[in-house]
Design a protein around this ligand. Structure first.
Ligand code: SF4
Ligand code: SF4
Ligand code: SF4
Length: 289
């Protein structure tokens, strides 16, 4: 009986150069693993593979040298520690994320729970093309938002609180785009919202709490890496609610279903139909409460 490689790929089994073996990709959301899961991965690699484990570019784990006949047994073992195979092919891939504000001092948004929420809703959904989502907790962009079909970056909209300001000058010095000018004579801070990139540095560095920050999500659409490289673009304004980000993802996937051709990447769809078409498509969800 022939082996359906596409079906195996869908289930996380990737064929190797060595014809009788497969590399098993695991579904690891936001790069988060527990001690028990790591132990089980090591055990499976020792018992069913050749002792090697590969860390992929998108925070995944692959166990190479797996035989097809062991797949069900391995799946059951992995399930004992809450692990399952990953997805390949034309569908929503595992959501990647950095440590975010719960661990990283630069983080502006929470990423661990949010990546799980996104993954639970969309992971493995069949599409006409692959679709990669990443979340970076701040504009340092460790998860390279622009390389993903949909990249999310945490950002922060600042608001100056005059009463708390001691005019130390730190925010002016630290702003990477000269969006802050201090008038020491008039004891005033002149903030230029047009220049501001919402990096939140003024908020996080002011020791007098004279900047209040509003957490937001900056979305980049249509990025990809590979033979053809396209940089994702910001086509909608910053979003301030998690639920709205989820709705935007939902509608973006619908957009691909409506406008995409088979195997056409999101970047190519946008190039063909135009970013303005996506903007129109997302208008209603962006304007909703
Ligand atoms: S993107 Fe920002 S929050 Fe995430 S790890 Fe990098 S510096 Fe930290
Ligand atoms: S860092 Fe804070 S206290 Fe210092 S000038 Fe800026 S707002 Fe004022
Ligand atoms: S958020 Fe960043 S870019 Fe905007 S004013 Fe503050 S430091 Fe400057």
């Amino acid at each position: 009986m022939g082996v359906d490689l596409q079906q195996l790929k869908k289930g996380g089994l990737l064929k190797q150069v060595q014809k009788e073996f497969f590399s098993l990709r695991l579904h690891i959301v936001g790069g988060q693993l527990t001690f028990n899961q790591l132990q089980m991965i090591a055990q499976v690699s020792k018992d069913f593979g050749n002792g090697e484990i590969h860390l992929t570019a998108r925070q995944g784990v692959e166990i190479p040298f797996i035989k097809l006949q062991d797949f069900e047994t391995i799946k059951n073992k992995l399930a004992q520690v809450g692990l399952e195979p990953g997805a390949c092919g034309p569908r929503v891939r595992t959501v990647t994320a950095c440590q975010g504000c719960k661990i990283c001092p630069n983080g502006l948004i929470e990423t661990k729970e949010f990546s799980k929420k996104i993954d639970e809703k969309f992971f493995g959904r069949d599409l006409k093309c692959k679709f990669k989502i990443s979340i970076s907790g701040c504009l340092n962009n460790c998860l390279k938002a622009e390389e993903n079909d949909l990249g999310i970056k945490g950002c922060m909209e600042p608001e100056w609180l005059q009463a708390n300001c001691i005019f130390c000058g730190l925010c002016e010095a630290i702003c990477p785009v000269d969006a802050i000018k201090i008038n020491y004579e008039n004891r005033d801070v002149i903030f230029n919202p047009q220049k501001c990139i919402k990096c939140g540095r003024c908020v996080t560095s002011c020791s007098s709490d004279a900047w209040k920050g509003r957490e937001g999500y900056l979305l980049l659409f249509g990025g990809r890496n590979g033979n053809v490289i396209t940089r994702g673009k910001q086509v909608v304004p910053v979003i301030y609610k998690e639920e709205k980000v989820l709705s935007v993802i939902e509608h973006t996937l619908k957009f691909i279903a409506d406008y995409g051709n088979n195997e056409e990447r999101f970047a190519d769809i946008l190039q063909r139909v135009g970013n303005s078409q996506l903007q129109k498509y997302l208008k209603e969800v962006l304007e909703s409460e």
